[in-house]
Design a protein around this ligand. Structure first.
Ligand SMILES: [Zn+2]
Length: 304
C-alpha cells in the first residue's frame, strides 16, 4: 500500500504551443509528476486536475485530461510509464481543466462521461463565478473531437475482474454530472472536484451544481464499500473515505450557516464578512471571500 515510485516527465513544448508562443516569451516546460499508488494505478499531477492512469490488459485508461495544451504532454507522461495504448478516457465532470486536453488524443479513444456532462461539454457554459460570458468551445472547434462517445445515467461498469471500473452518479454537487470512478480491485476511487482539496468547493450552478444537495450526494459516494484510497480533483496526495465524510460535514456546516443567516434576515455580504472556517476542520484553508460569496449566493437561491 505504501509503494510510492515517483516518475518525472518533463516535456518540451512543441507543435501548436510553440507556434502560438513564437512571438512571446518562451513557454514554461509542461511538467507532469506521476505518483504510483498501486501496481496498475498512477496519479498524474500538474496542468489542471489530477489524472488517474489505470493499466488494464487491453490498454491504458485515463481519468481526466487536464487543461488545453496538456493533452500531448499527458500522452507523453503515459508513454513514459507504459507501452499500452490509451483506449479509454473517463471524465469526472465537464470543467475545462479536466477535459480540454483530450482534444489532443487520437480520435479512436473512447470517451466516457455522465450524460449531463456530455451536454455541458457541448454547451461550454462558463464556470459559475469563475468565468463570465460565453466560453470558446474547444470541442466544437475541433469537429467534436474529445466529446464523450459513451454516456450513462446512474451507473456503468467497464471491464471485469482486476480491470473492472465502476462509474457512479449520485446527484448534484460540484456540477450536475459528477462521476465517481471506482477501481474495485484496487480499493481506489477518483472523486474529481466533488472534493478538490481541503477548501470550499465550486458549486457550479451554470453546469448543474448545487450547494444544498452537495453534502448528501458526496456521502453516497463515501458509502461505497471496499474503497480505502481517494484521489481528489486537485489535492497533492491521496486521502481516505473518512476524509470524504469530514469534507461532507464541512460543506453541510457551511450550508447550514448560510441558511441560518438568510433565516435571520441577514445578507450574503454579512456571510462573506463573518464566516470563518470552523476550528473543527483542522488543516482546511482560510476562506477566500469571492468563493464564500459565490457559494452563499447559490445556497441563498436554493433556500426558500
Ligand atoms: Zn471542476
Amino acid at each position: 500500500m505504501k509503494t510510492r515510485a515517483w516518475v518525472l516527465a518533463i516535456v518540451a513544448t512543441t507543435g501548436l504551443g510553440a507556434i502560438a508562443g513564437a512571438a512571446q516569451a518562451p513557454a514554461a516546460p509542461k511538467v507532469i509528476e506521476a505518483e504510483k499508488i498501486r501496481d496498475t494505478l498512477y496519479v498524474l499531477k500538474g496542468g489542471g486536475g489530477n489524472t488517474a492512469l489505470f493499466l488494464t490488459a487491453r490498454g491504458a485508461v485515463v481519468v481526466d485530461t487536464k487543461l488545453a495544451g496538456w493533452g500531448q504532454p499527458l500522452l507523453d507522461a503515459v508513454r513514459a510509464i507504459t507501452d499500452k495504448p490509451v483506449t479509454t478516457v473517463i471524465n469526472t465532470h465537464t470543467h475545462y481543466d479536466h477535459t480540454n486536453g483530450q482534444v489532443e488524443f487520437p480520435a479512436s479513444v473512447e470517451v466516457v462521461a455522465h450524460e449531463n456532462t456530455r451536454r455541458y461539454m457541448e454547451e461550454s457554459n462558463p464556470v459559475y463565478a469563475l468565468q463570465s460570458g460565453p466560453q470558446p468551445n474547444l470541442f466544437a472547434a475541433n469537429g467534436g473531437r474529445g466529446l464523450p462517445t459513451r454516456t450513462f445515467s446512474d451507473t456503468l461498469t467497464l471491464n471485469g475482474g482486476a480491470d473492472r471500473i465502476d462509474l457512479h452518479y449520485f446527484g448534484r454537487a460540484h456540477t450536475g454530472g459528477d462521476t465517481y470512478v471506482v477501481f474495485p480491485a484496487l480499493g481506489v476511487m477518483h472523486v474529481g472536484d466533488t472534493f478538490p482539496t481541503r477548501d470550499l468547493p465550486i458549486m457550479d450552478r451554470n453546469n448543474g451544481g448545487s450547494g444544498v444537495a452537495f453534502a448528501a450526494t458526496l456521502l453516497k459516494a463515501a458509502a461505497i464499500p471496499g474503497v480505502t484510497t481517494i484521489v481528489n480533483g486537485h489535492h497533492a496526495t491521496t486521502m481516505t473515505p473518512a476524509d470524504v465524510r469530514t469534507y461532507a460535514a464541512f460543506i453541510r456546516d457551511f450550508v447550514a450557516a448560510v441558511q441560518a443567516a438568510k433565516a435571520a434576515g441577514r445578507t450574503v455580504e454579512d456571510v462573506v464578512a463573518t464566516w470563518k472556517t470552523p476550528s473543527a476542520y483542522a488543516g482546511y484553508n482560510a476562506p477566500q471571500p469571492a468563493r464564500v460569496k459565490a457559494n452563499a449566493e447559490v445556497i441563498w437561491s436554493e433556500t426558500k
